[in-house]
Design a protein around this ligand. Sequence first.
Ligand code: 13P
Ligand code: SF4
Length: 320
Amino acid sequence: TEQKADYRTQIKALLEQKDAVLVAHYYTDPEIQALAEETKGCVADSLEMARFGRDADAQTLIVAGVRFMGETAKILSPEKTVLMPTLEATCSLDLGCPADKFSAFCDQHPDHTVVVYANTSAAVKARADWVVTSSIALEIVEHLDSQGKKILWGPDRHLGAYIEKQTGAQMLMWQGACVVHDEFKARALKALKEQYPDAAILVHPESPANVVDLADAVGSTSQLIKAAQDLPNQHLIVATDKGIFYKMQQAAPGKTFVEAPTGGNGATCRSCAHCPWMAMNGLQAIHEALTDNTGHEIFVDEATRQKALVPLDRMLDFAA
Ligand code: 13P
Ligand code: SF4
């Protein structure tokens, strides 16, 4: 802990020296979120991270999250230096949707509007007509559906199924999933709810449909934090990455949070719901990125960047 205090002090000084800001996701460790709060950075969902990075005056962005978040920041701000604690921090949705295969799928359906989740590589975004995050996905698909557009959706199949159900749109779908949210189990969740009959259930829509069906609130990380604050329930059962508890507790002090079970057969696993790639972000890695860029900087090929910028800007304009 003495070493951690040391890192915190040094990181704060380095952020000032290098004209850098920390842009952190809600799933990163509490100590990273606290550091972003104590400096001029932000802690946010993926939509707000993109917006904050784009609008920040700083010359350098330290993106604490996973790779697609760093790439999005670079696509939107090519003039800024974008660093990540580690470039190894990927996402199972990104891994499961290689650009060449996804592009071939799109080529087979040229009459479809291609809508991709932000959790994808720059090259996949470059093939898309629209990028969406979970905060804005419903509104954008509703808008496209009302215009009579045929939609091809990728890569998260659970989010896709949820959007179809909510909007009535029918989408051709890539079959990707998030390794963290895919593990939530409906049967065990029902059993847990019996232990906390007054609890509200909050679910991120990357979870399986039978888990989403049990929810009192479904939404992006920021929307779930808001629900935790607004709902009258004293107990909240939460089906998303446990990193979110740091902000939820801040937003709704005095309430009790319970992790949704990820094990089957009523067995609960109290610490499974944590993204292994988000977990790679640490104070030491942030310190390292600020001391020496080598191996921490995000680069996006300029032709790809320009193509990926179009659907990203569409989303940000729509959200504005
Ligand atoms: P949000 O956009 O809701 O923050 O989700 C990002 C993510 O990776 C969820 O697993
Ligand atoms: Fe990707 Fe899932 Fe991790 Fe979010 S929690 S970054 S969707 S693997």
